[in-house]
Write a protein that binds this ligand. Structure first.
Ligand code: PMP
Length: 341
């Protein structure tokens, strides 16, 4: 093992089968991994059904997918890279950017994988506390210095669901020579997005959430032009399968499906938020999940009743995160929450 590595495994949400078996339940609803409850576009599923080229390696340029993503995002296809989810994109960036001792600035609480990667790459994790509403504040400037290699800004943040002041994001990018990594995994559910293009800004997105393709592992990012070739040289040669690429293309050609899912989820999010506020301390969300505070041990109690939600302890905050599901799933969640409380 490399001497400087500190290991700490990612804690995934529990799956339905595990919980059914553990508690002898017939009905289990999973609202723990921020998946799209409506699934992928039927046109995307059709591609999966008909795909037979399993014996061929993918074409690693992903030219057609990048062209479709250019249409969808307005970003130049030459600057778009494809990875195995945002997770895969982060891995490649850490691989090419981080020397031992480099500082990675992470506003917390947040998604654990950033810290895991920082430790695996022997970086110095610089954890900056968010304010009481989980916003990044001006305090972050105290932590930027010449050793800052990477600043992570999830937009919206997981697990708290908030976005950030766009002016602050711009000021952060202008105040550091490090790469500012904007993680827009949930941006399709948000009212704002980061529309900044500087030489040190990377914006990453995923098809795992709004597009319902979490299982296929498709992420993408817009890099500054100077970084693109370094990234391509360092990425695994075939990060995404042709099956995933073709499915992603079909999903982007059926954008109405995604938009319809997002509208339904946003409507339910507001309804769920209102109900949750009556029972817990709930925080407004710009994503497809809601963060709330309630009594100790709630996730375990809910699991016994057949609802999987996320205990956010592993994110470094006491509270829970519930993914917005279909109306009937949210009803089941609220019914069980009332029983538990
Ligand atoms: N970023 C954030 C903020 C996330 O919540 C997640 C998913 N849990 C990811 C990235 C990883 O997404 P992907 O499936 O694209 O790897």
């Amino acid at each position: 093992m490399r001497k400087c590595i500190k290991f700490e495994a990612y804690v995934p949400g529990k799956n339905i089968e595990e919980v059914k078996e553990a508690y002898g339940l017939e009905k289990v609803v999973k609202l723990a991994s921020n998946e799209n409850p409506y699934g992928a576009s039927p046109k995307a599923i059709e591609v999966v059904r008909n795909f037979t080229e399993l014996h061929r390696y993918p074409n690693p340029e992903y030219r057609e997918l990048r062209r479709k993503l250019e249409e969808y995002t307005g970003w130049n296809a030459e600057r778009i890279v494809i990875g195995a989810g945002i997770d895969g994109i982060l891995e490649t960036l850490f691989k090419i950017l981080i020397d031992e001792g480099d500082e990675v600035v992470i506003p917390v609480p947040t998604f654990q994988y950033y810290g895991i990667l920082a430790r695996l790459h022997c970086a110095r994790e610089v954890l900056v506390q968010r304010d009481e509403n989980f916003q990044i504040t001006e305090r972050i400037f105290e932590f930027l210095n010449p050793r800052t290699k990477l600043v992570i800004i999830p937009f919206p943040n997981n697990p708290t669901g908030n976005t950030e002041d766009l002016r602050l994001v711009e000021e952060i990018a202008e105040s550091t020579k490090g790469i500012v990594f904007i993680d827009e995994a949930y941006v399709e559910f948000a009212d704002s997005r980061v529309d900044l293009d500087l030489d040190n800004i990377v914006i990453a997105r995923t098809m795992s959430k709004a597009f319902g393709l979490a299982n296929l592992r498709i992420g993408y990012a817009r890099l500054p032009e100077w970084l693109v070739n370094y990234y391509r040289s360092a990425s695994t040669p075939f990060p995404v399968s042709t099956l995933a690429e073709k499915t992603a293309i079909a999903s982007l050609e059926d954008i109405e499906w995604m938009k319809d899912c997002v509208e339904k989820i946003k409507r339910e999010r507001e309804r769920l938020f209102k109900e949750l506020k009556k029972l817990t301390i709930a925080y407004p969300s710009q994503a497809n999940f809601i963060f709330f505070k309630s009594k100790e041990g709630l996730a375990e109690d809910m699991m016994r009743k057949g609802v999987i939600i996320r205990d956010c302890k592993s994110f470094g905050v006491s509270g829970y995160r519930v993914t917005v599901g279909k109306p009937e799933e949210n009803e089941f969640f609220l019914e069980k929450l009332k029983e538990v409380l």
